[in-house]
Structure formats: C-alpha cells, structure tokens
Design a protein around this ligand. Sequence first.
Ligand SMILES: C[S@@+](CC[C@H](N)C(=O)[O-])C[C@H]1O[C@@H](n2cnc3c(N)ncnc32)[C@H](O)[C@@H]1O
Length: 507
Amino acid sequence: MRTAAAVVVPEQALERLVLLIREETGNVVPPARHGFLEEIAARRARAHGFSDATDYVRALAVGQLEGEWEQLVALVTVKESYFFRAPQQFRAIERHVLPRVMAAKAGGDQTLRIWSAASARGEEPATLAMILAEHDALTSWSWKVIATDVDRDALGAAERGLYGERAVSQVPERLLDRWFTRRGGLYELSSAIRDRIEYRPMNLSHIPYRGLTTEPFDLVLLRNVLIYFSRPLQRRVVTEVTRNLARQGYLFLGASETLWQIFDRLAAVDLGQCFAYRHPEEVEAVERRERRTSRRSSRPSAPADTGDPGETGDRRPPEPRRPLPPSLFAPATGPNRVPRKPVPEPAPPPLDDRTVTDEVRGDDSDHPPLAPGGSAQDLLVRAADFLAANRIDEAMRLAAEARNADPSEPGVYALEGFLQDLQGRPSEAAGAYRAALYLDPALYQARVLLADCYFRLGSRDRSEREYRQVLASLERDGGRELVLLEVLPFPNRPRAQRLCRQALARR
Ligand SMILES: C[S@@+](CC[C@H](N)C(=O)[O-])C[C@H]1O[C@@H](n2cnc3c(N)ncnc32)[C@H](O)[C@@H]1O
C-alpha cells in the first residue's frame, strides 16, 4: 500500500492501471515509470473525488468516468518531438522521395497522400507541410498531410500551432521568417501550413484502422512510437500500416529504429544517410528500371538530381546503427550488433543548389540543441527536472554531460540507471546502479532499484542480497538519499523498507 498526497494507491491498483493502459493504448509502462504513474493515479483519483485509487481504477475499467481516458492518455504518453527532427530523413524526403513518387504518379491524378502516424503536437506533419509547400514542382499538385495521434490534447495543441523556442530550434531561418509569427516568447505556425494538415484522433493499437482513408498513402512517417509498444503489437501495427502504404510509397521509422527482427514484408532501401521501407516488388521494379537506364546510357545509375544518393534495395531490414532499446530493436538479451554494411555518405549538393533541408540548423543527431550546461550538480538537477517532465532525450543528454563534468558524482550513475531502465535496458541499468553504489554504498534508493533490476533479470539470489543490504543499512545508519534527484519518485525510507520486505516475502 502506498499513499500519495492523501490518496491511497495500493500496489494492485497500480498494476491493474498498467494493464488497462496497455490494453487501451498499447503503451507499456516500464517498471521504472511506475513511480510517475502512481502520482498520476493519485492526482486523477483525487480529481474524481476518490480517496483510494482502487476505486478510480475500477471506475475507469468499467467506463464510468466520461472523458477520463483522454486525460490519462495525455499524461502517460511521451510527446517528445520538434520541427525537423532527424533532418537527414527530411532531406531524403525532399530530394529523393518526392521526386520519385511524383514521377511514378505523373500520369495520374497528381495527388499526394501523406500520413504522420504519431504526430504529437504537430511538429512532424508541419515540417512535412513546409517542405511540400516549398517544393516548386508541387505547385500544380494536390496534397494533404493527415496527422493522427492517440492524444487529443496534443492534436488540439497542433491545431492551435503555438510553439516554444526549443521546438523551432532547428527550423531554417528563412522558413522561420516565412511560416511563423513571433507571439511573445512563442512562435505561431502560419495557418497556410496548418490548413494543409488534417488532424485526426487515431489509436494505432486499434486495428484495423477504420475510416483512415480509402486511398493508400505515398509517404508514411511512423517515427518514435513503436518503441512504446510490445513486440507483438509492433508487428501488428506495422502490418496494418503496410496495408495502407501505396505500391510506390515510402515508410520512415524514427532515425534509430528498424524493423529488423520485427517485420520482413517490407524492403529496407538505403537513401544515403538514412533508410526507408518500401514494398519489395517496387524496389525490384526500380532496380530493373535503373539497370535498363544505365545500360542504355552506359553510365552509372545515379539519378540526375544532385544530392540524391540513389536507392539501394535490401530485402532485409537494416540492423540498428547504435545501441537501441531491446524491446524494438534487438534480441531481448545480448548486445546489439554492429550494422551489417556501412552506410555510404552521399556527396553534398553544390552550394548553388541548396534546398530547404540543407538549411536546417543543428546536426543530424536525433536531438535539438540544449542550453549550455553548468556544474555537474546543476546539470544533474536539470536532467532530473527534464525526466520529471517526461523529456527523456534531454534528460539523457544532460546526465551524460554531468558525467563528463564530474565522473565521481554517484547521482549521475543512479540517474543514468533509471533512464536505462525506463528504456527497457535492465542490465545496463543494473551496471549504472552498481557504479553509483561503488562510489557511495549508502545510497539505499539506488540499491532498491538495483535489486529490482536483478529480480527482473532472473538473478533472484543477487536481488535478495541487495534487498537485505538495504534493510541492514536503513536499520544501521539510515542510508543516504539521492538528494539531487529529489524531484523523481524514488522510494523514501519507509517505502524502501516496505518494498524490500515485500520482495523478500514473495520468495
Ligand atoms: C515521442 S512522440 C513522437 C512524435 C513524432 N512522431 C516524432 O518522431 O517526433 C510519440 C507520440 O506517439 C503517440 N502515441 C502513443 N501511443 C499511441 C497510439 N496507440 N496511437 C497513436 N499515437 C500514439 C503519443 O501521443 C506521442 O504523441
């Protein structure tokens, strides 16, 4: 039994809530986030006048709380996004995908259909719409971007189109001037762009996707959302998305995501700095056409438009390029492997041929720039604040900066362990917690989290040893708290004691 600000949140209520969220939205809430969920459950129970979250969860389960799922979904889903996130993908869309899809459809109705399938607050569909609006060859075409998300609040924010400094930090200056208006500290996206986007609530875990469209899509962005689903659901979602992908269409996942070991009915195509997925028959047709063209012209098959690296088909989905959460990208155990083949760098376009995406600020990493840091402790506190606000990417970066600033600060490793666990990497998390405890063995909260990781990794003996050690240290001298991380829902002393005793009793 736990209490949070006068509302009781029993363990069973929390576990049931985790299951309900998974059933309703497909999102798996990892154990490291249960502390956040507990606070959310307490807050929502209080808002409905319950003093015990059990009653709240029961009412939620039987559909008694009208509109409650909308509230809850907004609180439990991760909304991390910004304009031109992973610019190399938008570059490939602008230079490679659009010309090819247009060529394939030139004899038809000159309509482009585009879908941003987890559009968050609209940063991604608006980036696409800006690129399309800037594309001269598209002026006589009809096009629309469909933006869907499970979170209606986020869609509402997208329709309003107001963004902070960070969201627009990678937008090229020229586009910022043309498509945004400064409103105090915010940037308002022009209605000319918003009108090109159709915002619709849609839950990717509700399959089949009824009412989405009658026509398939030429381009689908399904970025940074599969990672929150279980593997069977990832497979079902990609199968359904594939059903909605036109024959000549392209599917993009997040920059560090892959369908490797998930789905093999799409072919990965190498677009130089990134991959996309296509129907394999279309990839073969393109290869045949390009072979014919190159034989006829007896010159290499690189297409004429500068900066287009061409398209290399590969029936196998690419393996991940950097360590990724095991839930999506790698076998459940064992390290991620290195890529099967190196990715060639395409030649940069000449300066007089610069296009919208060449002007994107920042690099091709999957992160927007952050304000410069301070001392290790400041950085750590800021990282924890980001994490408390569900902004995991920034929390990770600041934690790494804090570690560089002072590798002997144990709190850094505790936070990194927590972040690893949040992303489904319990063995990396355990390693980080061990590092924290090596530097300060009295950090009882890090030890409870380490014990929990061992338990989930199947090391019962080690887990029990750690739980016992927590109890001993709390009884001996009270242990030490992770004071710099106080905004995070780590167990306090009484709760840590309770958790350890419960864990030892379940043997
Ligand atoms: C991390 S954001 C990704 C935003 C954007 N695609 C990007 O890459 O920048 C994840 C988004 O997925 C949405 N989401 C989570 N579960 C979903 C579901 N079952 N159906 C549709 N959208 C979902 C969340 O609401 C959130 O907006």
